[in-house]
Design a protein around this ligand. Structure first.
Ligand SMILES: [Mg+2]
Length: 433
């Protein structure tokens, strides 16, 4: 008979209880969403507050076409996960929040997560008394070279705009030209311009003519290269607005003008065309600002089908996945070109900049020339000098938020709450960017 007290007795199994997290240090007391549009662009910033007076972090969660959905995701789903937690546990918070919806990723949830993630990096920097780039390994350059956006109604106007930037010290200029009679994305003053413009308040009327665009762009760069010389670096963004074979034809036609990069040749659903593009044209390719899941970049990087990653950092979930993606790129000779137009808040631009300073495989940083009201709302906004973006040495991301000023600039009225109306071809078909 077995002795019930014998050492060999099998004990009933008990559920595994993980050890409690470290309990010292500050705790998250509140998570708030601040919506503001100082220069007309809808910005979303998350503020993570702690139980230490005056200790908080800020993160960019700007998805300017769906800001209210992001705010709801933060308030209803991320805030309850965060309350009472240590702000130190960035990686664990990111992993837990990412899978807490089971169906994960996507621009709404990732932007919400980025707001929290970047705020925790900001907080960690403040707790350490260091700028975030120090936490990422320290800087490997003094500042981040920028590219600016030149545009115009014809090649001469684009040339004038580019010269204006070159005289200000910029050495990298993205050039876009209007297609006469056609809606043209990315051209200042055009009906669906990226710049803040009263036309944003109307539905787009003009049709988009991809064939005319593909004809006109090589002529633009022929003019620019001969007028501006060889020193300036020229860039162009297709904005995914032509059929894949036309994008390949355009890339081949642009070869003689030695672009720094050609951006977004295909819609994000058309990645299968990249091997063909690579075989056909020796033009550096930048891609990815419409991807949301960080894993979407992996096949293009590992097969060396692109040269620069374009990433709206908040759209993939913030600094935590972006620094990993940058490190992955380093092994394949792919460089970074974080998305940095006006629909990234100054907090997000600061996050871009800290990555720019710390990543050896930095490529180029897209510039946004912040307006006066944006600087008023966001003291500590990164500064532009000599064609480069400079960080301040303030601990954390280095950008503050004047909430009283932010409240003076609510979201503007818009028939679609800031959503984009469709771009259509001449027959009425919706053009997918
Ligand atoms: Mg783009």
């Amino acid at each position: 008979m077995t002795n019930p007290s014998s050492d060999h007795t099998v004990q009933p199994s008990r559920p595994f209880v993980p050890p409690p997290w470290e309990t010292v240090g500050p705790r998250v007391r509140d998570v708030r969403v601040i919506l503001t549009a100082p220069d007309g662009i809808r910005l979303v910033v998350v503020k993570v507050e702690t139980d230490e007076p005056g200790l908080f972090g800020l993160g960019c969660a700007t998805f300017t076409q769906r800001p209210l959905a992001v705010a709801a995701a933060v308030e209803h789903y991320l805030k309850p996960l965060l309350l009472g937690r240590s702000p130190h546990d960035i990686e664990d918070v990111w992993q837990a929040a990412y899978v807490s919806s089971y169906w994960r990723s996507g621009p709404v949830l990732n932007n919400a997560l980025s707001g929290v993630d970047e705020a925790l990096w900001d907080l960690k920097g403040k707790l350490a008394g260091m700028p975030v780039y120090q936490l990422l390994g320290g800087r490997c350059r003094v500042a981040a070279p920028l590219y600016v956006h030149a545009s115009g109604r014809d090649a001469r106007e684009v040339e004038e705009d580019a010269r204006r930037y070159m005289e200000q010290g910029f050495r990298h200029v993205r050039c876009q030209v209007a297609v006469p009679g056609s809606s043209t994305y990315g051209v200042a003053g055009a009906l669906d311009s990226e710049e803040p413009h009263p036309a944003h308040l109307r539905l787009r009327q003009e049709a988009w003519d991809p064939a005319a665009y593909v004809r006109i762009v090589p002529r633009l760069f022929e003019h620019l290269r001969s007028a501006l010389g060889d020193e300036v670096e020229l860039l162009h963004d297709i904005h995914e607005r032509v059929a894949p074979p036309d994008a390949i034809r355009l890339a081949k036609a642009l070869e003689p003008y030695r672009l720094f990069f050609l951006e977004d040749p295909f819609a994000p659903e058309e990645n299968g065309w990249f091997p063909l593009l690579r075989q056909q044209a020796a033009v550096p390719i930048a891609m990815g600002e419409l991807y949301s899941n960080p894993a979407e970049y992996v096949p293009l990087i590992k097969d060396r089908l692109i040269d620069f990653i374009r990433v709206h950092v908040s759209d993939i979930g913030g600094l935590t996945p972006a620094r990993k993606l940058a490190a992955f790129c380093e092994f394949f000779g792919v460089r970074t070109a974080w998305h940095g137009p006006g629909d990234v808040s100054p907090v997000g631009h600061a996050a871009n900049l800290h990555l720019d300073l710390a990543c050896p495989n930095f490529g180029i940083q897209e510039a946004h020339l912040f307006g006066e009201r944006t600087r008023e709302v966001f003291p500590g906004c990164p500064e532009i000098r000599d064609g480069m973006l400079w960080a301040n040495e303030v601990p954390g991301l280095g950008v503050e938020l004047d909430e009283a000023a932010a409240a003076r600039y609510p979201f503007p009225e818009h028939p679609l709450n800031g959503a984009w109306p469709p771009v259509r071809l001449a027959d009425g078909t919706v053009q997918r960017p």
